[in-house]
Design a binder for this molecule. Sequence first.
Ligand code: TYD
Length: 427
Amino acid sequence: MRRCVIFDLDGTLTQSEEGIFRCAEYALEKMQWKKPDAQTLRRFIGPPLVFSFQEYAGMTREQAERATELYRERYTTVGLFENRVYPGIRTLLRALKKRGDWVAVATGKPQGPSERILAYFGLDRWIDRVVGPDHGAEAGKAELIRAALPDSWDTAYMAGDRKFDIEGGKEAGLRTIGAGFGYGSEEELRGSGCDLYAASVQELTQILCGDQPLPKGQFLSMEGLDGSGKSTQLRLLTEALDRFGYEVVHSREPGGCPISEKIREIILDRANEGMTAETEALLYAASRAQHVHDVILPAVRGGKLLLCDRFIDSSIAYQGGGRELGVEEVMDINQYAIHGLFPDLTVFLDLPHTTALSRRYGASEPDRLEIEGEPFHARVEAAYREMIARHPDRFIAVDASRGAEEIGKDIAGKVLSRLMQMEENDG
Ligand code: TYD
């Protein structure tokens, strides 16, 4: 039995307002036109541009045509990618493909730009067909939807955020789902008679996939010496992952869940001077075992992307290297704790320990591990390097001596391309 799911693009798979606003502003500025307020700019989403420039900016038809040209000049090069994938859409598309559904896009945006957007975000691998009106043509939504369907099918859904999607879907004989997280209101969607209504991507996933288990998510960790700029880079990476529609769940080690956070307090407490290196290593492993069970596994099994501030490599580096317990010994107790659950990818912020230390001590009061001397940190750095050499496929090492933005772009580019590769291999 062949099931088909047809999606609208803007407001259903992606959120395009940033690009639309910026391109409209660019055109208005170039024409030395007064910039409309944010409310008015919002109305540019949806209708044809020539109409919007006349209606919402008060231009003549001729001026509006010139403004449209300027708009397109920026849109085709930059604005197209000032777009975001709704969180959870990647997992939904992967799940549909795994079920064997025919998945297509029927959009009012011309086909070329639509395909470029889908390819840029790596969504194209899950989509069988993209249909948009040819330049200038005024194709009705029902026609686009029909063209997006294969020759034969048994059931088909149309999911979209505006009444045109619902009306077009009905006209083409499909079951319709109102995507309430897009640009149309619940009133508009229900008013147009949608068969089903999804207030969120999660509800849409529930409608289309029911209780079918979702494809596995991803597990990423970030590592580095104290002072390597991890917090800033975690924030920048999260922004990039969000934009691509990954549902990011954050966590950290030691800690991440109530039991592990209590263990964290014991480990980092400066009063616990008498703690042996073995106790410390076992406490880190114990805290990790609970964290994997309570947070990491549930997130990954739910199709989320778990981004962890430090994981097993910190134990290898700090306890195995720094405390000289030995890489193999620390690996053994951790294997017991985590049953072989290594991150899919680990970003290492590469900075010589001497540079990292001077940055760190300039920042705030050091904790119990940070007050260790220079040789300790040299051993930590060496142990990290050993892990990277052992697991070149898992690690992404980036030069962390550059400016934060530059490092952030480097990390985002490398991580996203590896994630998309993983999705590709996963089918
Ligand atoms: P964290 O709070 O992440 O400090 P920072 O923000 O400076 O990275 O980690 C606290 C300390 O714990 C840090 O110095 C590294 C150390 N640590 C280990 O020694 N072993 C481990 O397994 C982990 C997770 C952290």
